[in-house]
Structure formats: structure tokens, C-alpha cells
Ligand binder design. Structure first.
Ligand code: PMV
Length: 296
């Protein structure tokens, strides 16, 4: 059986699609497990419901991996279990892609490096999403915090001082593919303005990279909130996300922002003090779930 973690983008979602730097971290408490068994034909079983479209996507993805590994016998049963909320900014599809690449290569005794797993998962992500930046498959394949720039060699980031994040779910699903396309339309209409926003996020990510390495928790929090403000300007936040972010901030969080594509899904809260109070207030403000993760 193979396991792949989930992730959040701590800095630079959306601007990363336009070649700007972003920082993502793996989350170990939410993950996908895939078990491969022998079978009469290709069979997919999962602990969540898959519609016809998703079944077909998955078959294409499994074929893509088998072809990459040059495997002729394609009759396997693929069993998927996941506790990652789908379409919620946690990288559920990239986690599934990485877990599939790992489990199929393990089953056929073909060793793949993290780089090859990431590259294979990227091709799978294209089937799910159209034009992914590649950050999700990278952070999940490496299982380490990464500083990522599209097309450049990935750098891992050392955490100077551990910090705690609360991840609060709006309970609203959203389509990464649609939101990325909407941002593209707005970008085409207002190139100058959007370049300004994306450069602003690039600047935040560069400062954050140093703050994380130096363990400057206060600055990490401040930059998270600044990043959220830019995401609001590019119209990927929502009243539910903003409500959770403001609740966290007014109850003593060091910083808070939406994570991933936006318009639903999760926020990340840097909670050094008042952790329990912030969690309770987030639940009272309508969060469907709040999980805690130590980033170290
Ligand atoms: O919502 P998620 O977890 O799929 O993250 C999307 C991140 C984007 O920057 C919006 C898109 C991308 O491909 O990087």
C-alpha cells in the first residue's frame, strides 16, 4: 500500500500559475492510501463516490502511469481510501495522483525517484485540472515544504522554528479549474493591474521564505494576512472565507488566509496563542471542521 499526504499553499496560489514564486507545505494528518491487487480487468474501488467523469479520468490516469512504466499487463484493481476533503484547496487530486504513481510503480517493482513521481503526477493533474502550475504534485511527492517557481528546480525550505496551523473548512467545494480560468479572463482584461497583484504576491512569498527559515513567526503570520488581502483583490475569496479569516484575526491569530484556489475550501490560521479559543470561535462562525497541524 502507498500513502500520499495532502498540502496547503502557504504563499502564492494563483500568482504561481503566472511564474511567480510560491511556498507550499505538506500536511501529514490528511492523506490518500492506494492498494493495488491483481484482477481480471482494470477495476477502481474507492471509499467515496466517483461519477462517470471521475471514473473515466481515473482510468486515463492509471493508463498513463502504466504506459510511463512500460507495463503491458494492465489488469489491476485499484483501491483508494482518502480522508482529504475534495475540491477544498488541500490538493486531494495531486495526493491521489502521487499515491497512484507510487503504488503502481511499487506493485510492478519499478523504482521511481520523488522527481519522477512528481512529474508523472503532474501529467495526471493535467487530466484533472487543465493548466496546473505543478506546485501541488511537487510538495506532495517530496513531502517537504517547498519554494516553487514553475519550470525551475524545486528548493525545499527548512522550518527555522515549528509553528502551529489551524486549518478551517468552509464546507463549500469549488472547482480549481474554473477559478483558474476566471482569473485568467480577468488577467487578460486587466494585465497591468493583475501583474501588479501577482508581483505583490511574489514579494510576499520572497519575504516569507526568509521569515520561515529564520523562524520569525510573527512576520509569517503578518505576510499570510497580506497574501489573503491580495487574493481578495483578484476575486478568489468569498464571504464565507473572509468571515473565517476575520474571526481568526479578531480572536488573536497571528495571521490567516484562504488556501488553494479559493471561493470555498479552507483557510489556514497561524495560531500561536489562544489556539483553543480561535478553534471554538471558528466553529461558532460556521466552520464545518477545524484541524490542527504542527509544521516542523
Ligand atoms: O485548490 P488547489 O488545492 O487545487 O490549489 C490550486 C492552486 C492554484 O495556484 C490556484 C492553481 C495551481 O495550479 O497552482
Amino acid at each position: 500500500m502507498s500513502v500520499a499526504c495532502s498540502k496547503i499553499i502557504l504563499f502564492g496560489e494563483h500568482s504561481v500559475v503566472y511564474g511567480k514564486p510560491a511556498i507550499a507545505i505538506p500536511l501529514k494528518s490528511l492523506f490518500t492510501e492506494v492498494r493495488i491487487e491483481n484482477s481480471e480487468n482494470i477495476e477502481i474501488n474507492s471509499d467515496y463516490e466517483l461519477n462517470i467523469n471521475e471514473q473515466n479520468n481515473l482510468k486515463n490516469i492509471i493508463n498513463l502511469i502504466l504506459n510511463y512504466l512500460d507495463i503491458k499487463n494492465k489488469n489491476i484493481s485499484v483501491n483508494i481510501n482518502s480522508n482529504i476533503p475534495v475540491a477544498s484547496g488541500m490538493g486531494s487530486s495531486a495526493s491521489l495522483s502521487v499515491a497512484l504513481a507510487k503504488s503502481v510503480s511499487d506493485y510492478f517493482h519499478k523504482e521511481l525517484s520523488p522527481e519522477e513521481i512528481s512529474m508523472t503526477a503532474y501529467k495526471c493533474e493535467k487530466i484533472f485540472h487543465g493548466m496546473p502550475s505543478g506546485i501541488d504534485n511537487t510538495v506532495i511527492a517530496y513531502e517537504k515544504p517547498v519554494y516553487f517557481v514553475k519550470g525551475k528546480k524545486t528548493e525545499t525550505v527548512k522550518i527555522g522554528k515549528p509553528f502551529t496551523l489551524l486549518i478551517a473548512d468552509t464546507g463549500i467545494v469549488s472547482s480549481t479549474k474554473e477559478i483558474v480560468l476566471d482569473v485568467k479572463k480577468e488577467y487578460e482584461k486587466n494585465k497591468g493591474l493583475y501583474e501588479k497583484y501577482f508581483n505583490g504576491m511574489a514579494d510576499i512569498a520572497e519575504q516569507a521564505r526568509i521569515a520561515i527559515k529564520e523562524g520569525n513567526i510573527k512576520l509569517i503570520g503578518k505576510l499570510m494576512t497580506e497574501n489573503h488581502r491580495v487574493l481578495q483583490k483578484i476575486k478568489v475569496s468569498s464571504s464565507e472565507l473572509d468571515n473565517l479569516v476575520e474571526t481568526a484575526l479578531t480572536n488573536g491569530a497571528s495571521g490567516a488566509k484562504l488556501v488553494g484556489a479559493g471561493r470555498g475550501g479552507n483557510i489556514a490560521v497561524l495560531a500561536e496563542n489562544n489556539k483553543n479559543k480561535i478553534r471554538n470561535e471558528l466553529l461558532k462562525a460556521g466552520a464545518a471542521d477545524v484541524i490542527e497541524e504542527l509544521i516542523e
